[in-house]
Design a protein. Structure first.
Length: 269
């Protein structure tokens, strides 16, 4: 690590000491809390996750209680957070951990990556935050920090350019605090100085949620959590064509969130 990189680490930690975010999954850290938070934080900002995380932990205080619950209960508690397939993945992971890992969230990245919905980033983040394991990884806030500091003028930056610097500057003695500091600092940069990650090769703009097919699927799932329904009834109640409803229901069924019995659709048990 050169002098520039050492100065960078000091800058990140200095910000963190003054502006550390108090997030519920950082308080009394447990692997279960970390697992839930990391799945919720996929594609969702921390500010939106906090209230839902607290509600979820009140409803399912342990991995065992989550695994034992019907999927419909899990989806009902998840409602409002979006990307509902994540709830099914988390529910399935709880069952797998109970049966294959004696109820303990795996420590190794390789075992974590075998869990549903846990990719390369999430596995390394869980290992870092749950077990203080030092593995280099990139997520949106971390990407923003490294682009801002090390590539201030370059227009397009690949993750392959960032990763060597991330490896060199990683605080291997306390990766949990280091990654928390990076993420808090990155969130600050994105709000106060524009998002440096827009210059990333991987950057894509998220499509508008309002009026989207994703919004329609969310509304349909809420309706089906209340009671089973047919395409015809849902079309009439939601003022959308039967074709649109049928297509949205097909995606929900493919994602394992609903099932069809005859003409009626209901949430998976």
């Amino acid at each position: 690590m050169n002098s520039t990189e050492r100065a960078f680490r000091k800058t990140v930690y200095a910000y963190y000491r003054e502006h550390k975010r108090v997030l519920p999954w950082r308080v009394s850290v447990t692997p279960y809390k970390v697992l839930v938070s990391e799945v919720m934080l996929q594609q969702t900002q921390a500010e939106r996750v906090v209230p839902k995380f607290r509600e979820f932990l009140r409803t399912f205080p342990s991995l065992a209680s989550l695994g034992a619950a019907p999927l419909s209960h899990v989806l009902s508690c998840w409602s409002g957070l979006g990307y509902n397939r994540r709830a099914r993945f988390l529910h399935e992971s709880a069952k797998i951990i109970a049966t294959q890992h004696n109820g303990w969230v795996p420590r190794s990245v390789a075992e974590l990556e075998k869990l549903p919905g846990i990719g390369a980033y999430s596995a390394r983040a869980i290992a870092a935050f749950a077990y203080n394991e030092a593995h280099p990884f990139i997520e949106t806030n971390i990407r923003a920090v490294y682009i801002h500091h090390f590539f201030p003028k370059k227009k397009v930056i690949a993750d392959s350019e960032l990763l060597p610097i991330i490896k060199r500057t990683l605080d291997t003695k306390n990766p949990r605090e280091w990654y928390a500091a990076l993420m808090d600092y990155g969130a600050y940069l994105k709000k106060e100085q524009g998002n440096p990650s827009r210059r990333s090769q991987t950057h894509t703009r998220q499509s508008a949620f309002k009026g989207s097919r994703r919004e329609l699927r969310g509304h349909l799932l809420k309706e089906l959590l209340k009671k089973p329904a047919t395409v015809k009834r849902l079309s009439k109640e939601m003022h959308r064509s039967e074709k649109e409803i049928a297509e949205a229901l097909a995606v929900l069924a493919r994602d394992g969130l609903i099932v069809q019995k005859g003409l009626s659709f209901s949430v998976s048990s």
